[in-house]
Design a protein around this ligand. Structure first.
Ligand SMILES: C[S@@+](CC[C@H](N)C(=O)[O-])C[C@H]1O[C@@H](n2cnc3c(N)ncnc32)[C@H](O)[C@@H]1O
Length: 257
């Protein structure tokens, strides 16, 4: 079961008028969680702009940590990571709740195995994948349902390793999000560590990245300003000097014990 609240159907809050209280939000079965209200299929075009550099670099960092031959990308979105791993010879499947994202991803990456799943159990046998990856999806699982139930399902299908790639809620990231009005739950590295350890996994690596490259790229929601691999060298230098306090992303790797 991926998440208790999402066990039967996806839920969302929808605004309604109440005669006594005025405006309020109620959970509505059959619709999507409000965290996805700004998701658009055309966002996929950002992969052709400055964000494309950042996304490719994230995929490279993640790929370097994958163990074994098979991988599941849980919350694959458009599926760029699935395609990246497929091209490198992995047996890889991407699953996501959002039909629009998967449909747009299939058009762009026709050879990638991208599937829409309903929230609930992952439709795979125990130990089906050597590695399970949560690229920018752990904060959703943690905020939108019972994360321990979700992780029990992740560790059921992951034989060797779980990789988490997440926004690092550093001060620069929080300021940046405030400036552009981007609201999204976060899962700080300390929280991710606890979640993974509670699931019986052992943390074997934590790394930080993206000091300037990410904000300058605009990510998926901000204004794209600048992109290019040269920014990564600058980022590496900034991270060496200032450490995780300037990082917009972190990568955590955990192994089955
Ligand atoms: C921020 S997006 C990241 C998409 C993609 N991994 C990327 O990095 O571009 C988070 C994705 O996780 C998906 N997601 C959240 N909870 C999920 C669940 N329980 N099962 C499958 N996908 C889920 C959402 O639908 C969304 O597409």
């Amino acid at each position: 079961m991926i998440a208790k609240r999402l066990a039967s159907e996806p839920l969302t809050t929808v605004p309604v008028r109440h005669p006594c209280i005025g405006s309020l939000s109620v959970m509505q079965p059959g619709a999507l969680h409000e965290n996805y209200r700004n998701y658009r299929a055309e966002t996929i075009n950002r992969l052709d702009g400055p964000y494309g550099f950042v996304d490719r670099r994230a995929n490279e960092q993640i790929a370097a940590q994958v163990r074994g031959d098979s991988a599941l990308d849980l919350g694959c979105g458009f599926g760029s990571l699935v395609d990246h791993l497929r091209r490198r010879g992995f047996d890889v499947v991407g699953v996501d709740l959002l039909d629009d994202q998967v449909v747009a991803g299939r058009k762009r990456f026709p050879d990638a195995d991208l599937r829409v799943i309903a929230a609930g159990t992952l439709p795979f046998a125990d130990g089906r994948f050597d590695t399970v990856i949560l690229k920018e999806s752990l904060h959703h699982l943690a905020a939108e349902g019972d994360i321990d139930v979700a992780m029990a399902e992740v560790t059921r299908v992951a034989r060797r390793r779980v990789i988490v790639f997440e926004p690092n809620p550093s001060i620069p990231l929080r300021i940046g999000r405030t400036l552009i009005g981007h609201v999204d739950p976060t899962c700080p590295p300390e929280m991710a560590r606890e979640i993974l350890e509670r699931a019986g996994l052992q943390i074997v690596h934590v790394g930080y990245s993206d000091a300037l490259a990410f904000p300058l790229s605009g990510g998926y929601v901000g204004r794209p300003i600048l992109g290019g691999r040269v920014l990564f060298r600058l980022d590496d230098a900034l991270l060496r000097i200032f450490g995780r306090s300037v990082a917009w992303r972190y990568l955590m790797v955990a192994d089955a014990q």
